[in-house]
Design a binder for this molecule. Sequence first.
Ligand code: COA
Length: 335
Amino acid sequence: MTGLPRGKVRGARIAALGVYVPERVLTNDELSQFLDTSDEWISTRTGIRERHIARIDQATSDLAVEAAKQALERAAVDAGELDLVIVTTITPDMVFPATASIVAHRLGATRAGAFDLEAGCTGFVYGLAVATGFVAAGIYRNVLVIGSEVLSRSLDWEDRTTSVLFGDGAGAVLVSPTENGSIFSFDLGNDGSGAEYLGMPAGGSRLPASHHTVRDRQHYMKMTGSEVYKFAIRAVADSCEKVLSDAGLTPQDVNLFVPHQANMRIIEAAAKRLGFKPEQVFANLERYGNTSCASIPICLEEAWASGRLQKGDLLLMTGFGAGLTWGSCLTRWDL
Ligand code: COA
């Protein structure tokens, strides 16, 4: 027994952050030119007004490499010093090999192990937990966690119930040891009974690619939005409450709450249940849509650049998504 509350570890910090977002912006008005939708519907139901879309020659590893390079440059850490590269994504370059293997090679991380971590849109928080474990246990010193997505390739652009919600982007953090110990408390959860509500049905061992799966458009994301919506509000609020109470803290102690950016109504409902004031909650999905595993680091970059997130602040990050999975991380911002 260490005497520390469950889920709480010491000795790891976010030592650097990097982000990459493709240039091309796709607005709601542009979407309404080829889909039966409108800016009014999308913005009032979700809060989203535009999203970024990767160039046709860019895959998930390409976005990941750009975000990773920025994080390494800011940390003045050479890729050769990396011990482990974790890519969290639901849109890997291909089923295998791992996107992380490609990214590590492109970065020149010749000493590093590499693997992909798939936990739906909660991937970034799960990746952070894994990296923290390796660093806090003293196994590794420099672990890169990259959330990267080219969701525009897995969307059915004829399906207005999914295609208006998502965007492309990448964010990376370097997790390294610290003597003082930023607080890192985690809550990770899963309920596979909801697996059917969000996913890509075909292309795996259950339903391999065939003429039928292509004809039936089963290689695209499918979602039962109303079920995911109800789950998300409950999961975010419960997970935040748990990670805070494990650390002996309350919502009032949090300087900034950065939830996964899926829908403004989900964020507002969860924040209300937790009693957060608007100034404690960060959201930027208006300009990015849902970038899945990249949404939290993209928020961190903007919150940090604008001064809303400052060194020493208590930061609460919460993700949720396919699985169904959820997860929260509580840390002191150390940049
Ligand atoms: N444009 C215009 N109309 C649309 C539309 C669009 N893009 N998408 C759906 N509609 C229509 C529906 O067909 C439905 O029409 P009907 O009443 O004639 O059948 C109507 O709008 C209402 O649809 P509904 O699904 O009830 O809307 P909603 O208020 O539940 O909002 C979501 C739908 C998808 C925005 C909402 O359920 C949601 O955000 N869910 C969570 C999704 C999510 O975050 N997933 C990722 C998790 S990581």
